[in-house]
Write a new protein. Structure first.
Length: 286
């Protein structure tokens, strides 16, 4: 093999590796303070499979302190997988708001809408709050409203699925509906079905970021169902957007005072009339 060929091969390898796109960073959060779904572990396993297939860096946690630790700033999307009730403290809520305002992505699965009722911003991020469901996991008939979106483009026009069917109170009027379910297909007459087009999956842009929610995913079997797995994949790919494209200068929520680092530049100024900090960190004063 000639030296010229070896040089060209090495040069092309450098070019290919130098042009590799950034890896998407995804946080999966499954903390519960209410009902705990037996499907959490199955959902986490599904996320691991998706991450391996897509080449994502995946972090799975139930530790809410991750949100206030600064680690969120390195993520592209956060998945609330079967969370319930109050799962974040004030500092974590503030960092979640800053993350979305910086252009981050959110995915909520099933009981993510049964979470943080006292945090109105979160309710608007999700697009609705859980209000109840009929007993059991009957089969329901789903209709695809928008087949052009990545989370639904693979689905048949109607989809019969076994799940726990949520009633959800809308918290905003600008969500893009993807799926509806016919209440008459899973509620008995005694349960009073009234809506043949109950929304159960949607997406929208919110406060600078992106949000995808699906009310599906109660059963462990869902996370092995190719139709559901691709449904989540498509929503998450959209929520991630462009990896590494977050801009925290756009975040309007201010960190707490104790979250700033104070650096003393000079301590013998002798009451100057004017001062300025130079680009190199030196202090000029008169």
């Amino acid at each position: 093999m000639s030296r010229r060929y070896l040089f060209l091969l090495a040069f092309s390898t450098v070019l290919v590796s130098g042009c590799a796109p950034p890896t998407s960073e995804v946080l999966v959060f499954s903390k519960t303070n209410g009902y705990r779904h037996s499907a959490i572990e199955a959902g986490q396993d599904m996320m691991r499979r998706l991450a391996a297939e897509e080449g994502w860096n995946l972090e799975i946690t139930e530790d809410s302190t991750v949100f206030a630790s600064g680690a969120l700033q390195q993520k592209d999307a956060v998945v609330f997988l079967l969370t319930t009730q109050d799962v974040l403290g004030a500092a974590g809520q503030r960092e979640m708001e800053r993350f979305i305002q910086a252009g981050g992505g959110y995915v909520g699965i099933h009981s993510a809408s049964d979470t943080e009722y006292d945090w109105p911003w979160y309710g608007r991020l999700v697009g609705g709050y859980f209000t109840g469901h009929p007993p059991g996991t009957p089969e329901g008939t789903i209709t695809v409203v928008d087949s052009t979106f990545g989370a639904t483009s693979h689905l048949p026009a109607t989809w019969d699925k076994v799940d726990e069917w949520y009633d959800i109170r809308s918290t905003n009027g600008f969500r893009n509906t993807l799926l509806t379910v016919d209440e008459f297909s899973y509620k008995t007459p005694e349960q009073g079905p009234v809506n043949s087009r109950r929304e159960i999956a949607w997406y929208h842009e919110f406060d600078g970021g992106r949000s995808f929610y699906t009310a599906l995913g109660h059963t462990e079997e869902s996370y092995e169902d190719p139709l559901f797995v691709e449904h989540v994949r498509g929503g998450l790919v959209w929520a991630i957007g462009e990896p590494g494209a977050r801009d925290y200068s756009a975040a309007t929520v201010r960190p707490r005072d104790d979250e700033f680092v104070v650096t003393v530049l000079a301590d013998t100024l002798n009451e100057p009339m004017e001062l300025d900090v130079l680009p190199g960190g030196d202090v000029l004063f008169v």
